[in-house]
Design a protein around this ligand. Structure first.
Ligand SMILES: *Cc1c(COP(=O)(O)O)cnc(C)c1O
Length: 466
């Protein structure tokens, strides 16, 4: 080729590049179209003079290598994140992280499994039997149980089966929106049931329910307000208050508890739990599997056998049924002796948290500050989880989110805080690597190492979660 020839003629051709063994391997992993795009992008750079023609092959190989590494670190298109927010049930991060036992159960359930088969007889069996048994074991006050897709689906099924075309009697103080614009009253009305609102935003009495019950009543519904508290001049008709009324008038009493504790947790004295609610007189309770229960996304229905049976045989039950992965992970969550990651984060030993936080702070030369974690997921809004955080310059936050591994800090009052409550100690070394690289990328000097703990952080509010 003469020296006067257009150097662009030396750009490797597409078919030549695609025949490269490394790019054929990349195409098998990333898909032929994706690799072709990388090839075209490099050729385009060379045509525009931004890349030497001789460097095109290497550029494509390195872009393909990077794309494969990226894909490997994002299985299923999701990037694992270290949750440094201190918010235990974080909706934006997929709520409850699964236990090792639940994760192993998912792998088993991924293949062919006996989800609807009795291996002894070779005949069809009930779906989700193991999950139901585990729920009844964990919640002795329930006579029967049903697992559906999520809490919203459980409420949808219950109100459809018990009150479609009729009235759901509910307190005005309990008609809540729980996040991302999801309003329970809208969901209930979408079933064709009519809301019969009783009481006022702050005060509702048993007599309000009594006055509203009539021939059109499908059910009474109590909804746990989850993510807010009404303080001051308030009155609530409790489940125990409503039980005699429900019996006298022959209407079912349903309690949507939201967060999904099956039994009381002394750490969260104000969180309702299914066993207590049923003992107090609810006919049916509804809860989520992936909030405080610490399991997979699921909707739990627990209570009277005749009502559960009615729901299970309603045509809508099929449309909201739980998949085999959720059933497997839920069963493992309920039967595994070791506490779930959610339970461990809630009950983290403050002294251990403090030591780990100080070690990280020292290693990156940043101060430790007191920091309250939160339950999140619409649970226990008023309950601070006292702990600590490493304070970094605010500019570190974007670099942390895109670090390897990705770290989500809490950004609050212009501070970037790393709370270790929701990060297993086994991840401390990976966390340190990510924080180091983010601090370096942010190009900000952090405070001197070994700074004493500064004044308490009052007024910290967790993001609204549900
Ligand atoms: C979270 C919540 C729901 C919805 O449950 P999902 O599992 O998110 O569908 C319903 N009711 C209450 C009171 C809740 O807190």
């Amino acid at each position: 080729m003469s020296s006067s020839a257009d150097p662009r003629r030396e750009i490797p051709r597409t078919d030549q590049l695609l025949a490269h063994p490394q790019l054929r391997a990349a195409a098998a992993d990333l898909g032929a179209d994706a690799v072709r795009q990388l090839v075209h992008a490099a050729q385009q750079s060379a045509r525009q003079g931004r890349l030497a023609p001789g460097a095109v092959t290497d550029a494509v190989l390195s872009a393909a290598g990077e794309a494969m590494a990226n894909k490997a670190s994002r299985p299923g298109g999701l990037t694992p994140v270290l949750n440094a927010t201190g918010v235990v049930v974080h909706t934006n991060l997929g709520r409850a992280p699964l236990s090792a036992a639940a994760t192993a159960a998912l792998t088993t359930a991924a293949g062919y499994v006996d989800v609807e088969l009795d291996l002894d007889t070779g005949t069809r069996s009930g779906r989700g039997t193991a999950a139901r048994q585990a729920l009844l074991h964990a919640c002795p006050a329930a006579a029967a149980a049903l697992v559906v897709n999520n809490g919203a689906a459980a409420l949808l099924l219950a109100t459809t089966a018990l009150a479609a075309g009729r009235e759901v009697v509910v307190s005005r103080g309990e008609l809540i929106e729980i996040g991302a614009g999801f309003r329970l009253p809208d969901l209930i009305e979408s079933t064709g049931a009519r809301l019969r609102e009783v009481g006022t935003a702050n005060r509702t009495h048993p007599r309000d329910y009594a006055a509203a019950i009539g021939p059109d009543t499908g059910c009474l519904l109590k909804i746990h307000p989850s993510n807010f508290r009404v303080n001051g001049f308030t009155a609530e008709a409790t489940i125990a208050d409503l039980r005699p009324l429900a019996t006298e008038r022959g209407v079912p009493l349903i309690a949507d508890l939201g967060s999904g504790l099956l039994r009381p947790d002394p750490l969260l004295p104000d969180e309702p739990d299914a066993d207590t609610a049923l003992t107090a007189g609810a006919d049916l309770v509804i809860a989520s599997g992936d909030k405080l229960l610490g399991g997979p996304q699921a909707g739990l229905l627990l209570g009277r056998a005749d009502l559960i049976d009615r729901l299970a045989h309603h045509p809508l039950a099929r449309a909201v049924r739980a998949d085999k992965l959720a059933l497997a992970a839920l069963t493992a969550t309920l039967t595994d002796g070791a506490g779930t990651p959610t339970w461990q984060a809630l009950h983290a030993d403050p002294e251990v948290l403090r030591r780990r936080t100080e070690a990280l702070a020292k290693a990156v030369g940043a101060p430790v500050v007191p920091h309250d974690g939160r339950v999140g997921g619409g649970g226990a809004p008023g309950v601070p989880l006292a702990g600590w955080a490493v304070q970094l310059p605010p500019a570190a936050a974007p670099a942390l989110r895109t670090a390897q591994p990705a770290v989500l800090p809490r950004v609050h009052h212009g501070r970037c805080l790393i709370d270790l409550r929701c990060i297993p100690a086994a991840d401390d070394a990976r966390l340190l690597a990510a924080v180091r690289s983010a601090v370096a990328a942010a190009g900000h000097p952090v405070a001197e190492a070994g700074l004493p703990v500064v004044a308490a952080d009052s007024g910290s509010t967790a993001p609204a979660e549900a």
